[in-house]
Every structure is written in C-alpha cells, then in structure tokens.
Design a protein around this ligand. Structure first.
Ligand code: F6R
Length: 248
C-alpha cells in the first residue's frame, strides 16, 4: 500500500482535506456530485476543521456533496453526547453548506428487527449515487476500520456488529465508564469500504504504530480487518512520524 508520512498530523490532515476539496471543486465544475465516506473519532477532526476553514475562507461549497458515515453505536439517540450524529454536526455539518438530506449516518434508534433492512438500504443508497468516491478511515487498536472488528470478512457489508472488548475499553472515557459503552454498532462492512473508488486511512501517534505495521505490512487476514486495504487498488495510508515508527 502506498504510505505517505508527514511530520505531524496537522500537515497530514491539510493534505487529505486538499484532496477532498479538489475533487469537490472538479466535480462541481463538471456539474456533478461527489460521494464521501466519513469517519468519526479523534483522527479525522483536523481534516474536518480544514474543510470548514476552506468553506468559510475560500468559498468551498458542499452543495454537490453526499456523505455516508461509516458507523454509529447501537442503540444511540442522535442527541446523546457520544452519538456520531452529534459528532459530525459539531465537527463538520453545522459549519458548511451541505444540504441536510445529503447526509447519511447509520440510525442508532431503530427497532432491532428493522436494522437488517435498513442496512441493505444504506448499501443501496450508496450504490444508487454511483458509489463512494473517497472513503476516509481511521484505524482502531484491534485493527478495525469502521467497526469491523477481528473476524470481519472482506465480503461483509453494512450490518449490526458486536464491539470488541478492546474497542469498548478505548471508548470508556467518552462514556464515563466501560459499562456505559454500547455493546453493538451499525457499521459499513469491509466489502462496503473496498467498493469505494479511493480509500484514505489515517493514523496519528505512537499508540497506532503497532497496528499500522500489521495493517500495512502484515498478512492479509480477517483478524486485522484493515489489512484488507492491501487488496484495494487505490488506497493511501497517511501517517505522522510516530504512527509510522514501526514500519520497515
Ligand atoms: C469511527 C470509526 C473507527 C475509528 C477508529 C479510530 O467512525 O470508524 O474505526 O476510526 O476507532 O478512532 P480514533 O480516531 O478516535 O483513534
């Protein structure tokens, strides 16, 4: 996989934001739309801040943009502190001109028996719009992308999953205790992610160095779902120096 290493996450995030902005502008000038796949968590926050800056200072418009978020905890009310709906509104959507109806985030409020059909429909909406042009990804300590925990195959699509214990421990501080972290989530699958025309996985800090080594240089295995990105023909891994420190 091509890997691009920056001194810090600030430069790295500006680089990723520019690639996204350039595609949005190019498509707008052709009268076409863009479909973005988006992640939450600490990793992409500076990318979103830079996109907001470009909107406010440089007139970058998101009128031609559709978005699909990777995942949401289940169950999760949208107005809850930890909801990904709230996260995306606060970091991006409240500050740009994207039409509200263009935004898609998995619904954490559905009755369980409606989830499977909802997930099939989520995939269909992506496909009907022509597929995801750029999928932004972080990586979890388990090697997850989205909430595709170890055991997720490359043929997995949007579905209800059980979170790994490690992932729940990592989320514990956001929920004021591990016991408050939901056990489930709705996530796009590895297969959904691999369908994207371009995937950009980012990681910052030495805490990600070991899992980045496994994802990028290790064997392709469902025990490290991010390793399936090695099969994607247009994937870029963007790292700061610390996250790259264990690569050969
Ligand atoms: C979030 C997501 C997760 C995170 C990953 C890293 O939508 O899909 O895979 O990208 O858990 O989280 P942070 O960036 O907080 O280290």
């Amino acid at each position: 996989i091509p890997v691009k290493i920056f001194k810090g996450s600030e430069d790295a995030s500006a680089f990723v934001a520019k690639e996204i902005a350039d595609l949005i502008k190019k498509r707008a000038s052709d009268g076409k739309h863009v479909v973005l796949g988006l992640a939450t968590g600490s990793t992409p926050t500076r990318v979103y801040a830079e996109l907001v800056r470009m909107h406010k200072k440089e007139g970058l418009s998101f009128k031609n943009v559709f978005t699909f978020n990777l995942d949401e905890y289940f169950p999760m009310p949208p107005d809850s502190l930890q909801s990904y709906v709230r996260f995306m509104n606060e970091h991006l959507f409240n500050h740009i001109d994207i039409p509200k109806q263009n935004v898609h985030i998995p619904d954490g409020t559905l009755p369980k028996e409606q989830v499977a059909e909802y997930c099939r429909n989520y995939e269909k909406k992506i496909d009907d719009l022509g597929g995801i042009d750029i999928q932004v990804l972080g990586i979890g300590r388990t090697g997850h992308i989205g909430f595709n925990e170890p055991g997720s195959t490359e043929k997995s699509f949007t579905r209800l999953v059980t979170l790994d214990q490690v992932t729940r421990i990592d989320a514990a501080s956001d929920f004021f205790g591990e016991e408050n972290v939901p056990r489930k989530a709705i996530t796009m699958g590895v297969g959904t992610i691999l369908k994207a025309k371009r995937t950009i996985m980012m990681a910052w800090g030495e805490g990600k160095a070991r899992v980045i080594k496994k994802a990028v240089e290790g064997p392709i295995t469902d025990q490290i779902p991010s390793s399936f990105l090695q099969k994607h023909d247009n994937c870029l891994v963007v790292l700061d120096e610390a996250a790259s420190s264990e690569l050969v």
